[in-house]
Design a protein around this ligand. Structure first.
Ligand SMILES: N[C@@H](CCC(=O)N[C@@H](CS)C(=O)NCC(=O)O)C(=O)O
Length: 181
């Protein structure tokens, strides 16, 4: 099911019946459960389809990947959302996702932008001398980071020559078969 966020379909009665939190993504599993958080969907899919492991193999790999994935969500995706949602006229009163309206706080948009710049610098430092973000293998952290780096375009932040490692990594990610689906 496609949900058009621009026209507010996530707030419709039909979608509220699927996910009362009015957010995407939502995944209905084969046995009818509805999972409404990225973390839950990721955990379910890894358990259901364990190969290749995207959440790590060894205990320390699992920990490193969980740590980086959380940082990318918190320092990257949430910073972008903070910048966008507190400034875009189309999101007036929609500063947070969900069924409750919240007004924009312009200062949070400014802070969000600063955090996005810092996030790009953090990823660039992380990728110096390595091919993947969390471990020496491709993981969910790389997937989340591709989404975050690309999504930053909505607040006009792009990878440039200040981020040589990040640029190399993003070009390598583009070569992966799944990226051209
Ligand atoms: N609980 C969800 C929240 C995801 C989320 O915030 N989704 C945003 C789009 S990326 C959304 O549904 N926004 C709806 C809105 O802006 O009203 C998760 O962690 O996966």
């Amino acid at each position: 099911m496609q949900v058009d966020l621009r026209s507010g379909e996530q707030l419709s009665e039909a979608f509220r019946r699927v996910n009362p939190q009015c957010t995407v993504p939502a995944l209905r599993t084969e046995d009818g459960a509805v999972l409404t958080d990225n973390a839950a969907i990721t955990a379910y899919l890894e358990a259901r389809y364990p190969q290749p492991p995207l959440l790590g193999g060894t205990p320390i790999e699992k920990a490193e990947i969980a740590s980086w994935n959380w940082r990318i969500e918190f320092e990257g995706l949430m910073a972008i959302a903070e910048a966008l949602r507190n400034s875009a006229p189309a999101m007036a009163n929609r500063a947070l996702p969900g069924p409750v309206d919240y007004p924009q706080i312009p200062e949070l948009a400014q802070r969000g932008l600063a955090r996005v710049q810092q996030f790009f610098a953090t990823l660039d430092t992380c990728l110096a001398g390595r091919d993947f973000i969390a471990t020496d293998r491709f993981s969910i952290a790389d997937i989340t980071a591709v989404v975050a780096v690309d999504f930053a375009r909505v607040v006009k932040v792009r990878v440039d020559e200040r981020h040589a490692h990040l640029m190399r990594w993003r070009a390598a990610m583009a070569q992966r078969a799944a990226m051209s689906l």
